[in-house]
Design a protein around this ligand. Structure first.
Ligand SMILES: [Zn+2]
Length: 131
């Protein structure tokens, strides 16, 4: 087993109220999930996870606090994302911002099926061959 170390905490600088998802986005995400964990439907969702983290200037990017970048997850699955970051990246639950794809563009394994999330609260299955 190779232990990888990840930065545990990042300095939290508040950026003029852009601290995270707006109440409207949060409500939209809750409507999308129907309160059920969006990773794997394991149980009630209580956390809204940022697929691409806000740190390192992320809060300056418009799409960071939009619905496609949010996943409504259980506490257990939130923990799982943080602990298994390589898996989370492979599954689209975590997006590393290297100046590449946005959340809308990044497919996500959504309750066992590949899908794209939109900023309008939709889950669009990628489907076989439907691209
Ligand atoms: Zn779950």
């Amino acid at each position: 087993m190779i232990r990888q170390s990840w930065p545990k905490t990042q300095p939290r600088r508040s950026r003029r109220g852009r601290a995270g998802f707006s109440p409207k986005v949060r409500a939209g995400v809750a409507e999308r999930s129907k309160g059920l964990c969006e990773l794997d439907a394991c149980g009630p969702a209580g956390h809204i996870h940022h697929r691409a983290p806000r740190g390192r200037g992320g809060s300056q990017l418009e799409w960071i606090n939009r619905a496609a970048n949010a996943l409504h997850v259980s506490a257990r699955c939130h923990d799982r994302i943080e602990r298994n970051r390589a898996d989370a990246v492979a599954n689209g639950w975590l997006i590393l911002r290297n100046g590449q794809a946005t959340a809308v563009e990044t497919a996500v394994l959504y309750r066992g099926r590949w899908a794209h999330l939109t900023d309008y609260g939709l889950v669009v299955p990628t489907g076989d061959g439907a691209a």
